[in-house]
Design a binder for this molecule. Structure first.
Ligand SMILES: [Zn+2]
Length: 309
């Protein structure tokens, strides 16, 4: 049995995972960010102890997935924007608290690894995972290993630049893939126009409740011919297709795994993006390429963290 923990900005999920990737026990906590690093670290330690008690067998390793960049040598979490942690020594601290070998991994690397190892019918040699939620994260698998790069901070798929003169991104740059296709950015563009007085089919779909707006509504309004949503959603599809085509041209994966709230909340995102990719990807890279929807949902992070090396 393996233990995987996924530390997110709103919740911490911990689970016991068997050799086949099945989660046999799971427990969730709210992330009480206001308690600061030491408080949350204590909660993670308690969660691990609870799971160990539940397992009743010796556990040799804990894997923890966490948003942010992880130092190659110290394994400290250099910066986690979701948690507001700077240079957090989570590996050392958990090893001290729980007395168990601990591996720290970037959350999207872990999710990609989990989906790659357990979410597909066959395990491919090379794959890319792209998770399009409020922001965009990704992971790259080359030769059955996660690719981390020279300083172990690579794989920032969301911040490849699709238009140097484009929208502003939260990372400080302009024109990132995330700024075009991240859920929070898409919603923001539609919301701003509605707040400035735009009324179209989208207004009826959300019944005038702007705070309920999600990207599924925007796609639905686009399909009904709403002018604003058509312009914005078609732009999302075109840029997502272009970004993924660039990744496929660069890395020539066998499978692209697509996950995240924007993908799950949409009816035709994958097939529409695939149509753009077919136009924009070089033929040799496109041959036999599979685009698969992520299968493990919220378990991807814990399953991946439990097994990733
Ligand atoms: Zn960016």
């Amino acid at each position: 049995m393996h233990i995987g923990i996924d530390v997110g900005g709103t919740k911490i999920i911990g689970g016991l995972v068997d050799e086949s990737g099945r989660v046999t026990f799971k427990k969730k906590l709210f992330t009480e960010k206001e308690k600061g690093y030491t408080g949350v670290r204590g909660d993670i330690g308690d969660l691990i102890r609870t799971i160990i008690k539940e397992s009743n067998i010796e556990i040799k390793r804990v894997g923890i997935a966490c948003a942010g960049q992880i130092d190659k040598t110290t394994k400290n979490i250099l910066f986690s924007p979701n948690l507001d942690w700077h240079n957090a020594p989570l590996k050392d601290d958990i090893e001290k608290i729980c007395g168990i070998d601990t591996h720290i991994e970037n959350d999207v690397n872990a999710a990609t690894y989990g989906e790659w190892k357990f979410g597909l019918k066959e395990i491919p040699q090379d794959a890319i995972g792209v998770f399009i939620g409020t922001g965009i994260g990704g992971g790259i698998i080359i030769d059955k290993k996660i690719y981390r790069g020279f300083s172990h901070v690579g794989g920032e798929v969301g911040h490849i630049i699709v238009n140097p003169y484009g929208y502003k991104c939260h990372c400080g740059n302009t024109g990132c893939f995330e700024a075009y296709c991240g859920g929070s950015y898409i919603i923001e563009r539609v919301r701003t126009e509605i707040e400035e007085g735009y009324r179209g089919k989208i207004w009826n779909i959300i019944e005038g409740n702007i705070s309920s707006l999600h990207t599924g509504h925007i796609e639905e309004a686009c399909l009904l011919g709403d002018n604003l949503c058509k312009r914005i959603w078609e732009e999302v599809i075109e840029y997502a297709g272009a970004a993924l085509a660039s990744l496929v041209n660069l890395l020539n994966p066998e499978v692209v795994i697509l996950g995240g709230g924007v993908v799950y909340g949409s009816r035709y995102f994958i097939e529409n993006v695939q149509a753009v990719m077919e136009k924009r990807t070089m033929q040799a890279s496109l041959a036999n390429l599979k685009i698969e929807k992520a299968q493990l949902g919220e378990d991807a992070g814990i399953v991946g963290a439990a097994f990733i090396e």
